[in-house]
Design a protein around this ligand. Structure first.
Ligand SMILES: Nc1ncnc2c1ncn2[C@@H]1O[C@H](COP(=O)(O)OP(=O)(O)O)[C@@H](O)[C@H]1O
Ligand SMILES: [Mg+2]
Length: 405
């Protein structure tokens, strides 16, 4: 089989997916805006060929290049796990008459209003929502919804330009702040705990599922630099408080007709137990979550995904052995990393449960915490017992400090 893989070198984990695909014996053709030389070595050695285009967002030029290629070599599938180019992948499939997610099927994954309308029609509980291009439309929606509400871009990511609004003054400010966004979504604010529902599917069946618990909610971590975001992949998916969310997840996949590959959904669980849909992507979760799943299972979800799309099954069953938590650190101060405090004590006390420490080294420039969820580095802890995992994760969050100056 021959698979065209969009953007094998960026973002970083795409290299791992592309390599895993090649390791199934598939002939992988890369398509991206990076030249061959810029691709990571392990990817280069896995690619049968690489099509370097100037810009991936120049759809006409990309389609032309792909048509030229298809005249010379066989392409059986098109795969993409990077959000901005899921539609491009669908367009290429249609242009070449290939199976897989069509443009029509992909659109509801990219347009959050269409997504929620499709799910409303299937009887799935979404936050009350509307989409608008105008300032007047935002105020009208606010009249109907009342406070608190949320204003966010229709095709946003990483909580960018997302505002919780509680008063008329805050609404005025939010409207000002999202003026550059062409279309916004105005939603009822759901006060709740927030979880993910991630899957690897094939033939419309769920082959693997994962639930992560965000501590605290992403919106809160995006508004408070001092917080170290914690994401916990839960070991025991049969916990009663997850049942309704998992059931919703399966209903969402069925309603959207998802076929094969990775999915990443977010859902909310209110204090009264009601579950509400958040959003879904037809791709793997970002923020190193695939690695966290690997730490939870001692498995390889990059390979799992590759086998699912090529063979329709996982290479071996995955067992959830641990709760695995990623903790992202944001250094105190600006400039370059000057040191780390509290890490050796954490390792002394809990070293056997610390699965990874990938913090920026001293001297490295700080990353922009608003632009990247992974901040200035990650610690992963894992333990079969949830309470213990949370205790160690919270300690890594509150007592390990990176300093910058
Ligand atoms: N209707 C809502 N009620 C409560 N919180 C919300 C709502 N919509 C978004 N949020 C918060 O904002 C975050 C980002 O919104 P989301 O729709 O997931 O967009 P994205 O992650 O693509 O930026 C969510 O994780 C959640 O914390
Ligand atoms: Mg989100």
């Amino acid at each position: 089989m021959s698979v065209l893989f969009i953007s094998p070198g960026y973002p970083d984990e795409m290299a791992l997916f592309a390599r895993a695909l090649a390791d199934t014996g598939t002939s992988v053709i890369g398509l991206g805006d990076q030249p061959w030389d810029a691709l990571p070595g392990p990817v280069r050695s896995g690619l049968a060929h690489h099509v370097h285009v100037g810009r991936l967002d120049d759809e006409g030029a990309v389609l032309e290049a792909v048509r030229g290629l298809a005249a010379q070599v066989t392409i059986d599938r098109v795969e993409c796990l990077w959000e901005p180019y899921l539609l491009l992948a669908a367009r290429i499939r249609e242009a070449l008459g290939l199976p897989g997610m069509s443009v029509e099927r992909t659109l509801p994954f990219r347009d959050k209003e269409l997504m929620k309308r499709t799910l409303d029609a299937a009887g799935i509980r979404t936050p009350w929502h509307t989409a608008t291009h105008t300032v007047a439309g935002v105020y009208e929606a606010a009249e109907r919804i009342g406070f608190p509400l949320i204003v966010k871009p229709i095709s946003g990511a990483g909580s960018a330009d997302t505002h919780r609004v509680e008063t008329r003054e805050e609404l005025d400010r939010a409207v000002d702040l999202v003026r550059h966004v062409t279309e916004v979504s105005v939603e009822e604010f759901i006060e709740a705990e927030e979880f993910t529902y991630d899957t690897v599917c094939a033939g419309r069946e769920v082959l693997f599922e994962n639930v992560c618990w965000y501590r605290p909610r992403p919106l809160v971590t995006m508004q408070n630099e001092w917080i170290s975001p914690v994401t916990v992949a839960l070991r025991d998916l049969d916990r009663p408080e997850l049942a309704a969310g998992r059931e919703m997840g399966r209903a969402v996949l069925a309603a959207l007709g998802f076929e094969a590959g990775f999915t990443h959904m977010e859902w909310y669980r209110k204090a009264d137990g009601e579950v509400v849909f958040g959003e879904i992507g037809a791709r793997s979760p970002g923020g190193r979550t695939v690695d966290v799943m690997n730490y939870a299972t001692d498995g390889d979800l990059f390979a799992g995904w590759a086998h699912a799309v090529v063979h329709g099954r996982l290479p071996q069953p995955l067992e959830r052995r641990y709760n695995a938590a990623s903790i992202f650190k944001r250094a105190r101060g600006t400039g370059h990393i000057t040191g780390v405090e509290g890490l050796s004590q954490l390792l002394d006390d809990h070293g056997e449960h610390v699965a990874a420490v990938e913090l920026l080294p001293v001297g490295a420039p700080r990353r922009d915490w608003r632009q990247t969820l992974i901040g200035d580095g990650m610690i992963v802890v894992r333990h079969p017992d949830l309470e213990t995992t949370l205790r160690i994760a919270d300690r890594a969050a509150s007592q390990v400090t990176l300093h910058a100056g």
